[in-house]
Design a protein around this ligand. Structure first.
Ligand SMILES: Nc1ncnc2c1ncn2[C@@H]1O[C@H](COP(=O)(O)OP(=O)(O)O)[C@@H](O)[C@H]1O
Ligand SMILES: [Mg+2]
Length: 224
């Protein structure tokens, strides 16, 4: 069964009398253990789609289901706190806090049961993603872009969620770093059974994913 699913999803902006549709009656389903990319040009609605899937925005029509349950019923805040991790293009870390402190922020607000030694969990996650202890103890504004995005990925995993949603996660990184970040996403899907969904305009990322969709004129199509 799909862990995350959108049915009949529509989103539009009202412009006077006109509705400008960004998404139109869109269906998509995501499973655990797979790394998905959704390709689309700038302005095609990628961020809008991800915002609906991550309950940062409410659809105009249609529904999003997590494990078969409408996220509206779960409650948007509850869903975000307990069920998903989000990775942004600009990392969205708290700059004056250390890497390990950033990773621990969602641990403090989730209702998920976590091991008692939260600090160890955070250091271990960072280490797994390639941030050694000396860097984990550094304020994140003194880490490189690639390192900051690793911290953001560790943070998205901190509450032990099954679903990671990422919006242009390598948009600010050079090619080599992009490759490394993509390898992390692949590993999370294939070795740890996570459902990873990345929206991007990068064809390179798409070719490394398990399933590719293309967003165009408000419709999602499987990419061939
Ligand atoms: N607040 C808004 N009011 C009107 N149009 C908007 C607003 N926010 C975004 N849009 C439009 O919605 C479209 C899709 O935006 P977005 O989802 O950010 O695309 P992408 O992430 O693929 O670049 C764009 O054409 C954008 O201009
Ligand atoms: Mg965008």
């Amino acid at each position: 069964m799909a862990i995350l699913e959108a049915k009949n999803l529509s989103y539009f902006y009202q412009d006077g009398e006109n509705r400008r549709y960004i998404l139109r009656e869109t269906d998509i389903a995501f499973e655990k253990g797979k790394f998905y990319t959704i390709l689309g040009q700038s302005g095609s609605g990628k961020t809008t789609l991800l915002s609906l899937l991550s309950a940062l925005e409410s659809p105009k029509e249609g529904n999003v289901f997590y494990n078969g349950k409408d996220i509206k019923e779960i409650g948007y805040e509850t869903f975000r706190r307990n069920n998903i991790g989000i990775v942004f293009q600009h990392y969205n870390l708290i700059p004056y806090m250390t890497a390990v402190e950033n990773v621990m922020v969602p641990m403090a607000i989730t209702e998920n049961e976590l091991p008692a030694n939260k600090t160890d969990v955070a250091y271990n996650l960072l280490d797994y993603i390639g941030i050694v202890k000396s860097k984990a103890d550094r304020p994140v504004n003194r880490l490189s872009g690639g390192e900051q995005q690793r911290v953001a990925i560790a943070r998205s995993l901190a509450t032990n969620v099954d679903v990671i949603l990422a919006d242009e996660p390598t948009g600010n990184l050079d090619e080599e770093m992009e490759q490394e970040i993509v390898e992390i996403f692949k590993k999370l899907a294939h070795e740890h059974g996570k459902c990873v969904v990345v929206v991007t305009h990068s064809q390179e990322i798409a070719t490394l994913s398990d399933e590719i969709y293309y967003l165009r004129k408000g419709k999602l199509k499987a990419y061939e």
